[in-house]
Design a protein around this ligand. Sequence first.
Ligand SMILES: Cc1ncc(COP(=O)(O)O)c(C=O)c1O
Length: 404
Amino acid sequence: MTATAPTVEAARAWFPSLASGFAYLENAGGSQLPGCVIEAMTRFMRESYVQTGAGYPASDRATETASAAHAFCEQLMGAEDKGRVVLGASTTQLCHMLAGCYSRLLQPGDEVVVSVANHEANAGPWAMLERFGIVVKWWGVDPDTGLSDPAALQALLTERTKIVAFPHTSNLLGDVADVPALTRMVHDAGARVVVDGVAFASHGFMEVAAWDVDFYVFSTYKVYGPHMAALYGRHDAWAELQGPNHFFIPHDEVPRKFELGCLSYEACAGLVELGEYLQFLAGRTAMDRETVRLATARMREFEAPLIARLFDVLESKPGVRVLGPGRTGRVPTVSFLSPRTPSPDVAAHVNREAIGIRHGHMYSYRLCEAVRIPTDTGVVRVSAVHTNTVEEIDRLAAALNPVL
Ligand SMILES: Cc1ncc(COP(=O)(O)O)c(C=O)c1O
């Protein structure tokens, strides 16, 4: 880090919404936007809001914007020259699109392994393959912590396994899986991985080429960008699939063959501008992989005191059950249960204090069931990012006092 390292306060100044004083601690649901992203979207809508590929200047700008958004995501994810990014409306949509492609490729009797720890976005689409005669096996979790054991995955792999779908980080637990090791295990069995990076991407350095993953997906609206999602696939993985886009679009035209209809070009414009903020965090004036690495390292540095303070608070409350790992090896997404107050009441009480948190199963419905938590009330989740402050966690602690 340089001597002129940015402070949390300086980072917060990039986000217009943070000036309100409301404590955004529901970032795993969606993060806030830097002003430069908002302005780029507005500018695009004023100056270039036309269809791509028509050949006049505004259309050329729209074409370049879409292409820049793909390139930006590939850089952010570390695709190098190993694969391409397909953009879509959401991670849920992209996972359904991908599973739809595999429903046309896999044979009855082939197997897919799905982690119970998944958000439903990376579970349901694979579970639906059952109707095509594909065998769906579930990689279970520890019923107390919710954590996944790689040995349990190993035991499920056979020569018929074709796909293993698992999260890099659970949006309930905040754990961080060893993606390269799991990928090696799955590849040794001759299958492909589909990794949900949504809950990891706003905190960590993605290295999809180095990890050798087949597919990796994240939602840009959780990573300080607009509503959209990016699915990286290795070249050979895309090549084995028939993309669902129109018949006259060539099979090998990736990403277009896998992008149904238009993209949100204004979202593309906003996303590309996120590079400005990453450069600020990194203390650099070029947008490259080193900038991404330094910016994400800065995020982790800013998050460390938040995790420590949050655990101090929760561990001081008798009987509170915190899911997932302890203070280390995690992101600042922390779910817990009060022994005294139902989760909806805890969240409602805190929300009244101008602090945004959430309760429920957060679409990790199967995980909630597996750790024996009623899905109607669910857990209480606090999810911070690097722009939160220790003072906000202290405000949260004061709000939690009467209900924990
Ligand atoms: C871990 C995880 N995966 C997938 C999703 C779904 O993302 P999207 O809303 O882009 O479909 C979410 C959203 O909360 C999530 O947290």
